[in-house]
Design a protein around this ligand. Structure first.
Ligand code: ATP
Ligand code: MG
Ligand code: FE
Length: 342
């Protein structure tokens, strides 16, 4: 089976063709980084327009590259949320049109489910249930992934997401947008012990995250003029790692059996964080896995793959009037957390 995946929830427009035996036949991503860079963050209106201009040619490109016709696709999967609503609508409406024209099933995919299942696209031996640290630009959660559509959320952030903290740190240090890779590069040249920064919520009973205080401390350290930018970056990254390890220890204690510790989402591209998680998994006797870097940040292969997993689980096609959703929690039953977003 072949599924066409479409992603447009933030600032990457992407299309991909993926098979049920885990082959990515073709994929294309158009990043809008330059368009948003002058603003230091994603501007929703600019993003929606860019998606509308770029998506159709990208879909043509992947079909051409893979030498696959629309008719040979078994389903059309598109991100239906959560994300910037204008962009999500562009992708979803395009998918509806293709599904209608080709008489194909439409699969409305939760973007977070794409991130959550992406490790299984890369690694066929990864079995449910697994412990997932989902760390991206808008989310910071610990989940027990029990199967397609079955997610138990143990923790979320009460303020900023980790990717957001990386982006804000980059902005403070004048590194531009997107900030994660730039902070990681600069941190490699710094001393992680040079600047004293807080570890918010360390030791607290619930495994939730908080990064707003860390960001404020980075700002104060920068404004004091007492520290080199590389030392601030390295110390920030170390504080983030310490928070993640502490919070995950807590979550794993209450999670029950899992087959592996998995990290996904854009921040999973960070090598210092990966290495730290590898160590934590080893201490718990768990295997550790993370998707390859291009599958960590936003992409359409993970959306196509989530569609394949849904088909394999026997899910019905979504109706053509399915709505785009700005918010869409993976675990609707999770307790609301004071201050937390989605
Ligand atoms: P969401 O998935 O929550 O809707 P998003 O789609 O914007 O948000 P992703 O594309 O999954 O998020 O991830 C982007 C985030 O990952 C950005 O905040 C970026 O700074 C961060 N990031 C990317 N690479 C790295 C890295 N090497 N180190 C740290 N953070 C990184
Ligand atoms: Mg992005
Ligand atoms: Fe994402």
């Amino acid at each position: 089976r072949i599924v066409l995946g479409i992603e447009s929830s933030c600032d990457e427009t992407a299309a991909a063709l993926v098979t049920d035996d885990r082959r990515i036949l073709a994929q294309a991503i158009a990043s809008q980084e330059e368009a948003h860079a002058p603003y230091g963050g994603v501007v929703p209106e600019i993003a929606a327009r860019a998606h509308a201009e770029r998506l159709a040619p990208l879909i043509e490109k992947v079909l051409d590259e893979a030498e696959v016709t629309l008719d040979q696709c078994d389903a059309i999967a598109a991100t239906a949320g959560p994300g910037l609503i204008g962009g999500v609508m562009v992708g979803l409406v395009t998918a509806k049109a293709l599904a209608m024209a080709g008489d194909k099933p439409l699969l409305a995919i939760n973007h977070l489910e794409g991130h959550a299942l992406s490790p299984r696209l890369a690694d066929e031996t990864l079995e449910y249930p697994y412990a997932l640290l989902l760390v991206s630009g808008g989310h910071c959660q610990i989940l027990r992934v029990e199967g397609v559509g079955r997610y138990r959320r143990l923790a979320t952030t009460i303020d900023d997401a980790l990717g957001e903290a990386f982006d804000k740190t980059a902005k403070i240090l004048g590194l531009g947008y997107p900030g994660g890779p730039a902070v990681e590069r600069l941190a490699a040249q710094g001393d992680a012990k040079a600047v004293r920064l807080p570890r918010p919520l360390r030791g607290s009973a619930e495994p939730h995250f908080s990064f707003a205080g860390l960001k404020s401390a980075v700002l104060r350290a920068h404004e004091s003029g007492d520290h080199r930018a590389e030392d601030i970056a390295a110390s920030f990254q170390q504080a983030a790692v310490d928070c993640i390890l502490d919070r995950l220890e807590k979550a794993l204690a209450g999670m029950g059996d899992v087959s592996a510790l998995v990290v996904a989402g854009g921040v999973a591209a960070n090598r210092t964080i990966r290495t730290a998680l590898e160590g934590l998994a080893a201490r718990h006797g768990l295997r550790f896995t993370a998707p390859p870097l291009p599958l960590c940040t936003d992409n359409a292969a993970m959306i196509a793959w989530a569609g394949i997993e849904k088909l394999q689980a026997g899910a019905d096609a979504d109706p053509l009037d399915v709505s785009a959703r700005p918010r869409w929690p993976l675990d609707p039953g999770a307790e609301p957390v004071r201050g937390a977003g989605v």
